[in-house]
Design a binder for this molecule. Structure first.
Ligand code: ADP
Ligand code: TRP
Length: 327
């Protein structure tokens, strides 16, 4: 079974991204053949600053590796290092109905707001279908908002296979990431880069502390007993602390006599400790760009090897003559 997913390099990861997605990708690498890539071509639909895109792409690789993505277990590459992607995108585009793309949410939402969408945003799901289909991916773990794109991918693959009476394309299955633990932000709502309530995984400790201290609470006095199950601080603490530590803090909440400031301090200390090894590893990797380059190059070589095999099948199915071999 091949697992594949793409991560857009459009922002640095926050705690929600880590627990809601990245940690789950990393876990999967131990069980399945995993392909993970940094979706820089997709990011071009939102980032229009060359230096920023380069920086975010580099950061995304460092972040994933520092957080435990192991190149010996998983193939990590940059989407744009696999030119076969854009060729497959075109071939898929020729069998994709406009009506299918008109239903896709990114485009639909933009249009509903009266904003002009470009062709890149409109055809974004076809590029994503190519990402998935190019490697015969079986399982695609994504957040709930991306499931629609997996359905579109299946539709396109089915249509191609049916038009050309072939089985050249493998139909993938979407796997919704476990979002049972929706990570709350500093305002108690779902943590998101768009709500100004996010705490970054690699945020400087001082800034992290400031954000933690700003987490919204009710106005109970220090003496009053408090409810851990209705508190963003405690919900976040559970992500980092072991069972005994969780039980201990919950008891202190219920007993009264502890202010929210103390709970915030406990959260801060556990978060810093939790991410300390990743932070250290990230610093080492950042000081060694050649190693990161090698990892991405090896990843792209492996991805292209698989991609060329699938693309040959697809080209042949739709009647493109065999390549003349100019390289
Ligand atoms: P944001 O909401 O900050 O824009 P994205 O939509 O880029 O985040 O999310 C990337 C992935 O991170 C999603 O697939 C989702 O699974 C996960 N994720 C983001 N925020 C949270 C959260 N608060 N709790 C759990 N998972 C989250
Ligand atoms: N669209 C995905 C997102 O915004 C990123 C992505 C691009 C992706 N290509 C993919 C995810 C292929 C899974 C498979 O999160």
């Amino acid at each position: 079974m091949r697992v594949l997913s793409g991560i857009q390099p459009t922002s640095r990861p926050h705690w929600g991204n880590y627990f809601g997605a990245i940690a789950q990708y990393i876990e999967l690498q131990h069980h399945e053949q995993a392909f993970y890539f940094i979706a820089d071509l997709h990011a071009l639909t939102t980032i229009r600053n060359a230096e920023q895109l380069r920086e975010y792409s580099r950061d995304a690789a460092l972040d994933l590796l520092a957080l435990g993505l192991d190149p010996a277990q998983a193939t990590l590459f940059l989407q744009s290092d696999v030119p076969e992607i854009t060729e497959l995108t075109w071939l898929l585009m020729t069998v994709t109905q406009m009506s299918l793309l008109e239903k896709c949410h990114a485009y639909k939402d933009k249009k509903a707001k009266g904003l002009a969408a470009d062709a890149g945003l409109f055809t974004y799901p076809v590029l994503m279908a190519a990402d998935i289909l190019l490697y015969d991916s079986d399982i695609v773990p994504v957040g709930a908002d991306q499931i629609q794109h997996i359905e579109v991918t299946r539709d396109i693959a089915q249509r191609f296979n049916s038009i050309y009476e072939t089985e050249a394309l493998t139909l993938p299955t979407g796997k919704t990431l476990d979002a049972t633990a929706k990570v709350p932000g500093t305002d108690g709502e779902k943590m998101s880069k768009s709500y100004d309530n996010a705490i970054g995984v690699f945020e400087a400790p001082k800034r992290m502390r400031k954000k933690i201290m700003s987490i919204k609470t009710d106005s109970k006095t220090v003496e009053e007993p408090k409810d851990p199950d209705n508190c963003a601080i405690y919900a976040l603490y559970q992500l980092f602390a072991d069972k005994d530590q969780q039980a201990e803090l919950a008891d202190r909440y219920r007993a009264g006599g502890m202010g929210y400031g103390d709970a915030k301090q406990a959260l801060y200390e556990s978060a810093v400790e939790y991410f300390a090894p990743a932070r250290e590893r990230r610093e080492e990797l950042a000081a060694d760009p050649a190693t990161v380059q090698d990892i991405l190059r090896d990843g792209a070589i492996a991805a292209r090897r698989k991609g060329q095999e699938v693309l040959d099948r697809v080209r042949s199915a739709c009647g493109l003559v065999a390549r003349v071999g100019t390289d």
